[in-house]
Design a protein around this ligand. Sequence first.
Ligand SMILES: Cc1ncc(COP(=O)(O)O)c(C=O)c1O
Length: 355
Amino acid sequence: MSAVVFEGDYEFPLMVVRRDALEHNIATMAAFARDHGMELAPHAKTHLSKEIAQLQLAAGAWGLTVADTRQARAVRAFGARRIVVANQVVSPAGLDWAAAELAADPDFEFLSFADSVQGVDILAEHAGERPFRVLVEMGHAGGRAGCRTLEEFLRVAAHAAKTPGVEVAGVAGYEGGLPDAHHVRKYLDTLTEALGHLRVRNPILSVGGSQWFDVIGRELAAVQARILLRSGAYVTHDEGYYRERTPFNRIGGELRSALEVWAYVLSVPEPGLAIVGMGKRDAPYDEGLPVPRREGVTVLRMQDQHTLLRADGLAPGDLLSFGISHPCTAFDKWRMLPVVDEDYRVVGTISTDFH
Ligand SMILES: Cc1ncc(COP(=O)(O)O)c(C=O)c1O
């Protein structure tokens, strides 16, 4: 029988992956996409893990999304045959790699975003025999990259259409930074309008994080395009940022928190104050601090190797568990994470491939 994680040779702090939650989330999102006529290209920047990528692909994902060509190389090595780089790619080394992969494998599909004439020209400089297929990115004011007006979008799309070595495949956007469903709907209208201007056969419309896929599923149901959803954080979900924002707070169903960090109390230097051996190197802190699983414990602040808690009744050597907030800055802190069952028996390993 496999060992319980607390009884083996494991050092703490330790981040563990709950197998039941991970498998539930992968199956839930695969079903959601299927039921809404969408394809899933999960954002692999969340985990950059071979084991998780392969589970997502086995569950029917169309392909994988990444943030840059370094991550593209990683997921290609994991076995991805379709990759979306959800950014304009300007890295010569990355583009040369992509051109070589396209040349070597006629079944390999590589898509990237473009939001400028310069970006398109850089692609063209590095294109091989098979063109670089681009999703012209339409952004929104105050958001991330992407054209800000329809005129700009059309200028970039027209330039890409006439540039040898580049081919327009559709439209991309990202609604994750928008404040509410009303703004998301308006933004999706803008994307759909932009798509309507393209003369592309079997176009792709790619959107989607883990906050608004319910609105996306409803609004884009009738759009004549392959809808590629790029949700990433859903895969482990969390007990902070995404717990508050998941569409499953509005529709039937649920995601489950799959990541936990376990750490020892190292010191109780004052009444009501405990120092835990878990710091910013071990758990995310950018979109909310770790969430203690014990009543009456509050996280005051985190340092690189420590977390300061307000709590009574703790003693050095106590082992505490924390949920996390923001999966996308959790996995990069670990090279190997044990996968545990409901009794905390180690049933597998998740490896990651960040820098
Ligand atoms: C362009 C883009 N697409 C998709 C995602 C995935 O969103 P989420 O992490 O909410 O699943 C992100 C996340 O930052 C993103 O930047």
